[in-house]
Design a protein around this ligand. Structure first.
Ligand code: PLP
Length: 594
């Protein structure tokens, strides 16, 4: 749908010109708007301060903003029945003057309380409809459009002229119409799925509080919650008394880069002032199944991707410790300095857990910083049944753990945890005197912002903290156990089913189930290059069809010498056994003719 285009200046000046008469100039506000167009500052002064609202259906003389007037009357939100007469009611209907309210009618405008509440209630109605629909299996996961189609389907362009709030609400609706329902029970595409109600509420609160994590001064509660939550996470990792350090960062990739940065600083503190020219050639080690962010971090930090050595994995995708030791010795022989080993707990594709105890022994022997990338697998620490898969994580020097993945916390929520306290601060601090004044009247150790690479930092902790309060540790445990049980259910169905081949043998360790679907026409072929070629094209076609039908979404990729295979992952608490059954049926329905 194309929205009516904003009126031109000439239409404004002459309201009778053109058909779309968006500004009936018989209201005082309309004149104000015209005046503002032409007189700029003067118009604002005349009309913006306290515009007359005659003829706009807004009550006068309400006791709002009472605080500033000395009164004590609070403003109550509109009654639900009144709400239905709000902005949304006007969408697509007759053009009552109410429907043409603008941003300028909302707070901080005088008398802006009522329209503001009505507007936000309408936004909330749109959001709530979307939330409810997200869980409805009869709605699509995705209403797919090709990019050029989507560009033309709607007027997305930015214009000089303001639009009214009715149009703004339509933009909200339209944006959600084309959004992917990541909370849908059949959305399996990413490691971050699901929509937690308390997490969502916490995110709304976070946006409403709209502050910045750099100091206690401006984020007192959030700074304390970050302290409390990180400490709890360190306790769960197994560091004595939850001691150590940490930060919420903008994602696992950045957390991994932090680990690399701090490990390098620990070994060569002079690098902070003198740069890489002052240090020998550093080498990091991680497995060939590890996340690409390790290489990105090395590139960004001036270490270089050639200095990230990829250690061999076994057939299940776990790092082979003997190969790690061999490559460390090799690097030392060349005169290079091994400074970091990043073991992965829950690899992105296979869901494999590197043998952390063996890696820890090697790191200890050669005095190398041990990092554990548990971005995906960290959630299993919440489960008494599955935490053994991370045995040895307590020996790490740093751990990346993304609650926004397995624990279902809304994006973004990723923690980097560091065993040694104070290192992050000395590595990153710059003492900006306009933020971190040393003569403030409170305990400055709560001004944690200088630990970060960022200046301003988003509040990511509140979602996790509030969800933790709502679920308890046992609630997270139940969620994780359930997702792993669902993965095992899927594995048990397809391991012996005609038309499926597993990418690796054995029960999945995480919720990753990796498999090929082999259509009937390929089942008769010999295992040769042609079959591989054809098999590599199956998953992409099925995926494309899934998206066009909008019924479900699951990811695929090649890895090493393995051609495109499906990687099913389950982190969505809404998924059930029936949804797993549905996925299998859907793959067969969409792929049997290939
Ligand atoms: C997802 C993932 C990351 C990156 O996390 P982001 O939050 O997406 O930046 C790092 N490591 C592993 C193992 C991952 O699965």
């Amino acid at each position: 749908m194309i929205l009516p285009i904003s009126p031109s200046v000439s239409q404004l000046a002459n309201p009778n010109a053109g058909q779309t008469q968006l500004y009936p100039v018989h209201t005082s506000r309309a004149w104000c708007q015209v005046a503002q167009k032409f007189t700029g500052g003067i118009g604002n002064k005349l009309c913006g301060e306290c515009p007359a609202r005659a003829g706009e259906g807004v009550e006068h003389g309400r006791s709002v903003a009472s605080g500033s007037r000395g009164g004590n009357v609070t403003f109550s939100p509109p009654h639900p029945r009144q709400r239905s007469r709000g902005f949304l009611a006007g969408v697509g209907q007759g053009r009552g003057s109410r429907d043409r309210r603008r941003l300028t009618n909302l707070l901080p405008a005088c008398d802006g309380e009522r329209p503001t509440l009505a507007f936000l209630q309408d936004v909330m109605d749109i959001l709530l409809q979307y939330v409810v629909k997200s869980f409805d299996r009869s709605t699509k996961v995705i209403d797919f459009h090709y990019p050029n189609e989507l560009l033309q389907e709607y007027n997305w362009e930015l214009a000089d002229q303001p639009q009214n709030l009715e149009e703004i609400l339509m933009h909200c609706q339209t944006t959600l119409k084309y959004a992917i329902k990541t909370g849908h029970p059949r959305y399996f595409n990413q490691l971050s799925t699901g929509l937690d109600m308390v997490g969502l509420a916490a995110d709304w609160l976070t946006s409403t509080a709209n502050t910045n994590m750099f100091t206690y001064e401006i984020a007192p509660v959030f700074v304390l919650l970050e302290y409390v939550t990180l400490k709890k996470m360190r306790e769960i990792i197994g560091w004595p008394g939850g001691s150590g350090d940490g930060i919420f960062s903008p994602g696992g990739a950045i957390s991994n880069m932090y680990a690399m940065l701090i490990a390098r600083f620990k070994m060569f503190p002079e690098v902070k002032e003198k740069g890489m020219a002052a240090v020998p050639r550093l080498i990091a080690f991680t497995s060939e199944h590890s996340h690409f962010s390790l290489k990105k971090g090395a590139a960004a930090l001036g270490i270089g991707t050639d200095s990230v050595i990829l250690i061999k994995c076994d057939e299940r995708g776990k790092m082979v410790p003997s190969d790690l030791e061999r490559r460390i010795l090799e690097a030392k022989q060349k005169g290079f300095v091994p400074f970091l080993v990043s073991a992965t707990a829950g690899t992105t594709v296979y869901g494999a857990f590197d043998p952390l105890l063996a890696v820890a022994d090697i790191c200890k022997k050669y005095k190398i910083w041990m990092h554990v990338d548990a971005a995906w697998g960290g959630g299993l620490l919440m489960s008494r049944k599955h935490k053994w898969k991370l045995s040895g994580v307590e020996r790490a020097n740093s751990v990346t753990w993304n609650p926004h993945k397995m624990m279902g916390v809304p994006l973004q929520c990723s923690a980097l945890l560091v065993r040694e306290e104070g290192l992050m601060q000395s590595c990153n601090q710059m003492h900006a005197s306009y933020l971190f004044q040393q003569d403030k009247h409170y305990d400055l150790s709560y001004d944690t912002g200088d630990k970060a690479l960022q200046c301003g930092r988003h509040v990511d902790v509140f979602k996790l903290w509030l969800m933790w309060r709502a679920k308890g540790t046992t609630g997270f445990e139940a969620h994780i156990d359930k997702c792993l049980e669902l993965a095992e259910y899927l594995y048990n169905i397809i391991k012996n089913r005609e038309g499926y081949e597993m990418v690796f043998d054995g029960k999945p360790q995480h919720t990753n189930v990796c498999f090929w679907y082999v259509p009937p026409s390929l089942r008769v072929l010999e295992d040769n290059e042609e079959r591989m070629n054809r098999l590599s094209k199956v998953a992409p076609v099925i995926k494309a069809r899934m998206m066009e039908y909008g019924t479900t979404m699951v990811s695929y990729q090649p890895l090493g010498d393995k051609v495109n295979f499906f990687r099913m992952v389950i982190s969505n608490p809404a998924a059930t056994h029936q949804d797993i059954d549905f996925l299998i049926e859907e793959i067969e329905r969409l792929g049997q003719d290939l």
